[in-house]
Ligand binder design. Structure first.
Ligand SMILES: [Zn+2]
Length: 336
């Protein structure tokens, strides 16, 4: 395997010892859109030991403009992002253990996903889950790299427990949905997430190999304007997370229905927990509408309503942003 990594080992910041450390590391990537696919591609090619990718979504045509790992076959095969990513990445580097998990990361399951992580990387499109990552990061003393991109801009920062301010220090509360831009309202051009994803990847490498040059500032870029700025962030004395209060992890701010970023869709979580049998559900639903399913997802269409249902009972109700309508459809057809 020396040849595969020879150019990286030659780089003085990595060297043989750095490569060894990379090879032993476990990296957890939460969210596999534009950022996640860039981060996963870089780190799997760089030869980390293990990559776990968790994503709740499936692939659509409007993703292909910027989500580098996916192609039209993945859409035809109706693959969830985590599964498609796992399959592509295993072809890129079979020596890396790649694990794709189709799940909605929330306070009930996040600790299970990060238990063996050396680092957590942010490939998300929503703030709630970032606060959750921030809580587990500080609680379990696992560094995480925050990153976000929208329109032509993006930002990133390393959160190293006990060393840097945390994510909640920067943004004390979850922003109101109206003031947060989404890929649906503001659009996004691929170089913005490509650069932020690349910065997240290199910070992950530095943290894993123990480099001194780790970034300790907030970086904000705009690829259209061609700007790149660093900002020093001070710890917030009133930050609950820094004081050991993990309010997101405690489920205090947990939500059961989510409008999905830029998709005109609502996600409904399974209130009961547990696994669904697609065979049984399909038998029940085909009486009232059109049903197709594969081993990962079940598609159900009735009149103008369309739902995608996963094994964990989670559903994505398409063509609506009305959360109560989505909850109603879920109750009616999936049952609670
Ligand atoms: Zn803090």
């Amino acid at each position: 395997m020396v040849d595969r990594y020879s150019r990286q080992v030659l780089f003085r910041g990595i060297g043989e010892e750095g490569q060894r450390r990379l090879g032993k590391s476990c990296v957890v990537i939460i969210g596999c859109g534009a950022l996640g696919t860039i981060i996963a591609t870089s780190l799997v090619r760089a030869g980390v030991g293990k990559v776990r990718i968790i994503d709740r979504d499936f692939i659509e045509y409007h993703n292909l403009q910027r989500q580098l790992l996916f192609d039209e076959d993945d859409i035809r095969n109706q693959l969830p992002k985590a599964i498609a990513a796992e399959r592509h990445l295993k072809k890129v580097n079979s020596s890396v253990e790649v694990e794709g998990i189709v799940a909605d990361v929330n306070y009930t399951n996040i600790e299970r996903f990060i238990r063996d992580a050396d680092i957590i990387l942010d490939g998300l499109d929503n703030f709630e889950t970032r606060f959750l990552i921030n809580d587990v990061s500080l609680k379990h003393k696992i560094p995480w790299v925050y990153g976000g991109a929208i329109s032509s801009s993006g930002m990133t920062m390393n959160i190293i427990p006990g060393e840097t301010p945390c994510f909640r220090c920067i943004s004390y509360t979850v922003p109101y949905p109206q003031v947060v831009l989404t890929c649906d309202t503001a659009g996004v051009i691929s170089p913005a997430p490509f650069i932020i994803g690349s910065l997240e990847s290199v910070e992950a490498m530095k943290i894993v190999v123990g480099a001194e040059e780790i970034n300790r500032e907030l970086i904000i870029i705009d690829v259209w304007k061609g700007t790149f700025h660093h900002f020093k962030i001070r710890p917030n004395e009133n930050c609950p997370t820094c004081q050991g209060k993990y309010e997101f992890l405690d489920g205090k701010f947990g939500i059961r229905t989510t409008s999905l970023c830029g998709q005109n869709a609502v996600q409904v979580l399974n209130p009961k927990g547990g696994e669904l049998s697609f065979k049984e559900l399909a038998a029940r639903l085909k009486v009232v509408g059109k049903v197709t399913y594969n081993e990962f997802m079940l598609h159900f269409t009735i009149d103008s309503q369309e739902m995608v249902i996963f094994h964990d009972g989670r559903a994505i109700v398409k063509n609506t942003t009305d959360e109560s309508l989505a909850r109603g459809l879920y109750a009616k057809y999936i049952g609670i």
